[in-house]
Design a protein around this ligand. Structure first.
Ligand code: HEC
Length: 247
């Protein structure tokens, strides 16, 4: 098998790990299982959530309570009944939380966390993202990622582009709290063929690093690559739902 074929088969393997098989593999690792449950990837992952919950709190009875106290232990689950908010309400809750969020994410010292909120924001209001754990998310791009604003016409983004997606969780009764920060940074060619040279990073709301491609916890952020591979033709970018876009 020559090099190109090797790479191609490597890539198909990644692609097909998306979905149930991936979630099962993820469920083998406890911290990752918490995360898989957070994202509600599959029924298997949710089973794991139930296991982890036992003895901790009543299961399946609505929004998570522990994480509401910022000084208390933080655990991250997918909200069972994410509140349905108007754009205006989502924006108001986000405005209240965002400087606290920035302070937390900065603790991770990852590229992009320092001042992402000063970058251009491409969504009018936080919108619910099922793919990112049913959280209300906002998307920012650094100056190098300017082409992101052309959305499907953006082409391949240049090296040094960073996209940052922060998130808040909103419980059924309207209480909001910081969620994770999701980053994509375009690295030099050859960094990671399968990810299209994107480095995926996820930072927890307490500022700890969950994982970063080719670095600490790289296996935990592989599923980011798998899902984003579906839009490989547009440089692995999904873009924002049309009704929330702004330039
Ligand atoms: C199940 C599919 C799926 C998974 C898993 C996933 N994403 Fe995404 N991602 C999306 C979709 C769909 C969008 C665009 C719509 C939205 O915001 O929900 C997106 C958008 C993004 C964006 C904005 C750039 C763009 O594509 O428009 C970033 C940054 C991002 N994701 C980072 C991550 C990171 C980091 C992870 C892993 C921790 C991850 N994503 C896991 C589907 C996924």
């Amino acid at each position: 098998m020559d090099r190109t074929h090797q790479l191609q088969s490597q890539r198909s393997r990644y692609f097909f790990t998306a979905g149930a098989a991936l979630a099962k593999r993820l469920a083998a690792f406890a911290p990752v299982a918490i995360f898989a449950a957070t994202f509600g990837l599959t029924a298997a992952a949710q089973e794991t959530e139930r296991d982890l919950d036992d003895g901790d709190r009543p299961v399946g009875t609505g929004p998570v309570k522990q994480a509401e106290d910022p000084s208390g232990p933080r655990r991250h689950f997918r909200l069972k009944n994410p509140a349905v908010l108007s754009g205006k309400d989502a924006e108001r809750l986000y405005t209240e939380l965002k400087s606290d969020m920035a302070t937390r994410y900065k603790l991770s010292r990852q590229p992009g966390v320092e001042n992402y909120q000063a970058w251009k924001r491409y969504n009018r209001a936080p919108y619910p993202s099922v793919s990112h754990g049913n959280r209300y998310v906002s998307n920012y791009g650094n100056p190098a990622a300017e082409a992101y604003g052309r959305f499907e016409q953006a082409g391949r983004l240049p090296v040094g582009s960073i996209l940052a997606k922060d998130s808040i969780t909103v419980s059924e009764d309207g209480q909001a709290m910081p969620g994770a920060l999701f980053l994509m940074e375009k690295m030099e060619a050859g960094f990671n063929y399968v990810s299209g040279d994107w480095r995926y990073t996820m930072i927890m709301p307490d500022g700890s690093l969950f994982g970063t491609t080719n670095g600490e916890g790289t296996e935990r952020v592989r599923f980011c690559i798998s899902c984003h591979l579906a839009v490989e033709k547009q440089d692995h970018l999904f873009f924002i739902p049309e009704e929330y876009r702004q330039n």
